[in-house]
Design a protein around this ligand. Structure first.
Ligand code: FAD
Ligand code: NAG
Ligand code: NAG
Ligand code: NAG
Ligand code: NAG
Ligand code: NAG
Ligand code: NAG
Ligand code: NAG
Ligand code: NAG
Ligand code: NAG
Ligand code: NAG
Ligand code: NAG
Length: 582
């Protein structure tokens, strides 16, 4: 295989040699960081300002309002009240959903950050929050910002809502493009992709790429049109609808019925590294269109809009069970049965969410367009099995029909949040793998045993069905997704002010533990948006056999790698801070 690339290599040899000479003067190739002499002057920034619709922003850590201690510089009680509020966090350029991404690990292993708990006695540090950036509101703003970054060779961060579990929307001393206010939203019952024929109409919703357009707002927009859209599901529906979610794949409990986000996106608009604003769809820049659907966020340019297919509303039913196990043998029996159920359920378009260990299981299922009676016929035998196995006939179970997605969403939101779980405002990282259909179908017992050996795992039942039926090569996403039936993750958390050693050990555990899931995963594949920063081989786990093609698309559209994120396409050519080539 390798020799096939030889002609290319030979023709590039002079260029490679030239590069080698340059890189002996390493700093010349490095990205410019805040605090270095190459950093743009105040005058440079004020000329940039003249091109922008908004003043430059100077992001600060959210807890900075509580410092200096004793005489707070801002409204500290507001910060305390909203610390775990995902939307409040998304509204601030300097706040991230997981606080650890606001912090920075120093070379000596110590951690600098700005903690809400001021009695820890630690100074408030900027951490990994970029000190300056652009609050983009127009395409021209984005173009000016991208050109400025290119011209000054800055380390760039694109930030939307700050949900990223790998901290890819933060970087110390970088320059930020904040997409939060790209809020356009429009529904078109007869959308024709740019360059398409008149008979190619799709009822579609076009969303600006802003964190302002979080899923809850997209849902409200399609509710008005009495339509369904496939999107992210979380307690406050605060994930960005047109940023990291879609470029990483975009899953939902409704995916077995409607596919992943990438299977529903029909057009993107994007500002590329050269500042050009282009359309990427089936007719224009099809290579970029392919890459934007699962090739990972932050690697291609600044996406300014995404257009999604929408669907007729259908009724749905929800069911759940919350059981406890008195002994691990029962946990094994129930979990085996539970895992074995996934392939069948996904074939019928079911999805959902669950978490379990050898003491407890909680599972919530969604069955779009499945009647209440059919839902009962499918799931009650399993619930009875659990009640019997645990010897607890009073185990809480429930099945309930809803008129449609929006009625379900209203009910969910009127409960405050799903299960009252706080999903943000803490310190933690994830590790995960996709579960192959084959493991669930043919080896449910072994799969259950492996999953139960973790302190805690959670299953996003977001694959199989329509996800498995799509052509694996139709989009850039890891083809392993098409062999999967679900996505399983585990996590590690720690506390504000914990030492660098504690955090390092937690990270090492995450990285080590995830490898144990190999026997049940299709080709080591995982979901890059809910994964570890310390993957043994991110190319294999995040992109699989699509990596080389993605790499060549990246070379074509972003030859200088202005757009770099940890474990993103092309990041292997840069050092750990993505500031210097290796
Ligand atoms: C509470 C919570 C719930 C979640 N629920 C789901 C879920 O239901 N389904 C699911 O699939 N995932 C879910 N996720 C994971 C989610 O998909 C990722 O965190 C994703 O990265 C969020 O993207 P964002 O744009 O909102 O966040 P950000 O952190 O702002 O950005 C994420 C990445 O995308 C890049 N990026 C953002 N906007 C742009 C843009 N316009 N152009 C170019 N690059 C951009 C950033 O540079 C960064 O690399 C959840 C995460 C959290 C914290
Ligand atoms: C500070 O924030 C709290 C909580 O959001 C609010 O009630 C209060 O009015 C704010 N105070 C000032 C001075 O803005
Ligand atoms: C580690 O480095 C940080 C940042 O440079 C510094 O503030 C801190 O004092 C150092 N800690 C030790 C133990 O050397
Ligand atoms: C804040 O830190 C102090 C000192 O470590 C600790 O005793 C206290 O419990 C912490 N408070 C909270 C709310 O975590
Ligand atoms: C938002 O929509 C308006 C009206 O369609 C358009 O003029 C404007 O360029 C759009 N803005 C962005 C950032 O796409
Ligand atoms: C649209 O029309 C073209 C040419 O008239 C035809 O080839 C194509 O199959 C049509 N597509 C659809 C989806 O009807
Ligand atoms: C929903 O179910 C009805 C009746 O079974 C069927 O006619 C219809 O095509 C289904 N719709 C979808 C979107 O699956
Ligand atoms: C479904 O099962 C629930 C719980 O056992 C029951 O209350 C409900 O009546 C059943 N619905 C139908 C349509 O059978
Ligand atoms: C109920 O559990 C017992 C053992 O506890 C088992 O023998 C029996 O077959 C189970 N019945 C059902 C319906 O699963
Ligand atoms: C499940 O039940 C336990 C009590 O057995 C309860 O504490 C917990 O909150 C329940 N979980 C959910 C998600 O409903
Ligand atoms: C229960 O789970 C823990 C992991 O939290 C594991 O160490 C232990 O071995 C499990 N117990 C049994 C009997 O499987
Ligand atoms: C990347 O290289 C630069 C220049 O040698 C260095 O200052 C920086 O610390 C490196 N980053 C990491 C994470 O090694």
């Amino acid at each position: 295989m390798r020799f096939r690339f030889l002609p290319n290599l030979v023709s590039f040899l002079p260029a490679i040699l030239a590069q080698t000479t340059v890189s002996s003067n390493k700093d010349a190739d490095c990205r410019c960081l805040y605090g270095q002499s190459c950093w743009p002057s105040e005058q440079d920034f004020s000329s940039l300002s003249t091109l922008l619709s908004q003043p430059l922003i100077r992001p600060v850590p959210p807890a900075s309002a509580c410092y200096p201690v004793g005489n707070p510089s801002g409204n500290c009680s507001d910060v305390q009240q909203n610390w775990v509020n995902g939307n409040w966090r998304a509204d601030q350029p300097g706040a991230y959903q997981n606080v650890n991404f606001e912090t920075y690990t120093n070379r000596n292993g110590s951690i600098s950050g700005c903690y809400l708990n001021t009695t820890l006695g630690l100074p408030c540090d900027q951490g990994s929050i970029p000190p300056i950036g652009v609050d983009v509101r127009t395409i021209e703003d984005v173009q000016a910002a991208v050109r400025f970054v290119g011209q000054h060779n800055l380390r760039l961060v694109v930030k939307n809502t700050g949900h990223d579990y790998l901290g890819r929307s933060a970087a110390r001393n970088a320059f930020m493009i904040w997409t939060h206010h790209l809020k356009n939203i429009s529904y078109n019952a007869n959308f024709i992709p740019d360059g398409g024929l008149d008979n190619e109409t799709v009822p579609a919703l076009t969303l600006g790429a802003g964190g302002g357009l979080q899923w809850r707002e997209a849902y409200a927009a399609v509710a008005e049109q009495e339509r369904f859209i496939l999107g992210g599901i979380s307690t406050d529906m605060s994930v960005g609808a047109a940023g990291g979610w879609i470029m990483g794949g975009g899953h939902s409990g409704f995916s077995a019925k409607y596919g992943l986000g990438v299977d529903n996106a029909i057009q993107f608009t994007i500002v590329k590294a050269d500042g050009d604003h282009v359309v990427a769809n089936a007719h224009h820049n099809p290579d970029l269109f392919w890459a934007l659907r699962g090739g990972g966020a932050g690697s291609w340019g600044v996406v300014t809009s995404v257009t999604y297919r929408t669907y007729d509303l259908v009724p749905l039913t929800m069911s759940f069970i919350n059981a406890t196990f008195s002994d691990p043998q029962v946990a094994q029996e129930v979990t085996t049965e539970f895992i074995g159920l996934h392939p069948k359920l996904s074939d019928a378009g079911w999805g959902g969410y669950s978490f379990f260990n050898n003491q407890t299981i909680f599972a919530a299922f969604l069955a779009p367009n499945v009647s209440w009676a059919d839902t009962n016929a499918t799931i009650l035998p399993f619930f009875d099995f659990v009640k019997n196995a645990t010897g607890q006939p009073d185990t809480p179970i429930f099945t309930q029909p809803f008129d449609n997605f929006h009625a379900w969403l209203d009910a969910l939101q009127s409960q405050g949040s799903a299960g009252g779980m706080e999903q943000v405002g803490g310190f933690g990282e994830l590790a995960s793998r996709l579960i192959s259909r084959e493991a669930a179908e043919e080896r449910p017992e072994e799969t259950a045993q492996l999953l139960l050996s973790f302190e805690f795992v959670s299953i996003n039942f977001v694959a199989g069905g329509a996800v498995a039926r799509a052509d694996p090569d139709s989009v850039g996403l890891h083809p392993g997704w098409r062999k999967a039936v679900a996505h399983v993750w585990t996590s590690e958390g720690w506390e504000a002010g914990d030492s660098g050693d504690v955090v390092r050990q937690a990270r090492q555990r995450v990285a080590r533990e995830v490898r144990r899931l190999e026997p049940i995963s299709p080709d080591s594949a995982t979901y890059m948006n809910e994964a570890s920063l310390y993957e043994p081989d991110f190319r294999k786990s995040f992109f699989g056999s699509h990596y080389e093609k993605l790499r060549s698309i990246k070379r074509k559209h972003d030859p200088r790698s202005l757009f770099l994120v940890a474990e993103g396409v092309g990041s292997e050519d840069w050092n750990g801070s993505l500031t210097c080539p290796v």
